[in-house]
Design a protein around this ligand. Structure first.
Ligand code: KG4
Ligand code: ZN
Length: 368
């Protein structure tokens, strides 16, 4: 199927055209990030106003880049929640209007199911003239092997999933307080680094020593797969206070601080993955998705963990991350992919009526 995807859950406006949940024909993302950079966060009403303005140009460009018209589209998939309500409504109202005018079925997608689907996406534009390579690339989607352990870590959520298919699975753990991206964002603000915090901490950490400052490993002695990140932020606050006192206000070692804080967050995430693998030895693949999956240090620590596990060849597992950084952070291609997979597995139920909601339970991401 050829799906039109629409995503407007936070400050971005994104429209994509995706074939069969894998081949991305276009994925246009317009973000008001620069507007909110100086404010270190998003102002919901302002974000929604900006989305109203850029929705139509983004939609038109997505069709243009994919070289299709609405007649070619088989169905529309749109993020129905969770997120900022005003922003979500811009996307869902647009989708409902398009579905009604062009008589297309409509699929309401849980934002998290979008992230979980993002590892399947392939950039179709590259090599699209080379048919042989294209067909082998397009077939790659079928090499995925469930059960898959997926860490979904972004600014709004941090979850660990054991998945037996695209739409079936178990939520093993979730954050009890801050999300991983939120921890990066708050930490960056304490270090006077720009929003969003993840990329700026990663950059500042490039020449730093991740072992220079020690942070606690949250929940390590508790029998749980949950996450807890707000304590790391508090540790950073006290560390900064002590360093200021000791140095009498002289400049702080920013690269070491950024590297150590980044390591503390990533070490906690990977500690949960390691524990989940012990409990679920049948897991075949490990996927990292969501904004934080763009983090190079997180990818490296996860790869190191799997290498250690690889001493038992029968347990060697494959790590996958989204194939482009644009598929890590919020984008409409992942929503179109999720819509396709919902249709493949739930058939007509995928077209169920839905409400747009700011908060939605995670436990059952394909209904309600
Ligand atoms: O998935 P996403 O675009 O939006 C939500 O659904 O929240 O994730 C945004 C979050 C931000 O908190 C940002 O700081 C974080 O992802 N992020 C990163 C990186 N790039 C974005 N965190 C760590 N390292 C990165 N390179
Ligand atoms: Zn997201």
């Amino acid at each position: 199927m050829l799906l039109l995807g629409i995503e407007t859950s936070c400050d971005e406006t994104s429209v994509a055209v995706v074939r069969n949940g894998i081949e991305v024909l276009s994925n246009v993302i317009s973000s008001s990030r620069e507007t909110f950079e100086a404010l270190a966060g998003v102002i919901p009403e302002q974000a929604a106003r900006m989305q109203i303005e850029c929705m139509l140009p983004v939609f038109e460009r997505a069709l243009q880049e994919a070289k299709v018209t609405m007649t070619d589209i088989d169905a529309i998939a749109v993020t129905r929640g969770p997120g900022l309500l005003g922003s979500l409504l811009v996307g869902t109202v647009t989708a409902r209007v398009l579905a009604s005018i062009h008589k297309k079925p409509l699929i309401g997608v849980h934002h998290t199911l979008g992230h979980l689907s993002s590892t399947w996406l392939e950039d179709w534009q590259i090599n699209s003239t080379d048919n042989s390579q294209f067909s082998s690339r397009a077939c790659r989607g079928i090499n995925f092997q469930f059960p898959i352990l997926t860490l979904s870590a972004s600014g709004g959520h941090t979850d660990l999933w054991y998945r037996t298919s695209h739409t079936r699975g178990k939520l093993l753990g979730r954050t009890r307080d801050d999300a991983a991206g939120e921890a990066f964002d708050k930490g960056a603000s304490m270090l006077w680094l720009p929003y969003p915090g993840g990329p700026s901490i990663q950059k500042a950490a490039e020449d730093g020593d991740p072992k220079q400052f020690e942070f606690p490993l949250p929940l390590h002695n508790e029998d749980t797969l949950d996450f807890s990140l707000s304590g790391l932020k508090t540790s950073l606050k006290y560390l900064l206070r002590d360093l200021y006192r000791r140095s009498g206000g002289a400049s702080l070692p920013l690269p070491d601080l950024a590297a150590s804080f980044q390591h503390a967050i990533c070490r906690h995430l990977v500690d949960r993955i390691s524990r989940a693998l012990d409990r679920h030895p049948d897991v075949k693949e490990i996927h990292l998705v969501g904004g934080c999956s763009a983090n190079i240090h997180l990818r490296k620590l996860t790869a190191d963990l799997l290498e250690t596990n690889g001493v038992y060849p029968e347990r060697q597992r494959r790590m996958r991350v989204p194939k482009s950084l644009n598929y890590c952070t919020d984008n409409a291609a992942m929503i179109a992919a999720a819509g396709e997979f919902m249709h493949q597995e739930l058939r007509e139920d995928a077209f169920m009526k839905f409400e747009t909601r700011a908060s939605m339970p995670l436990e059952n991401i394909t209904s309600g």
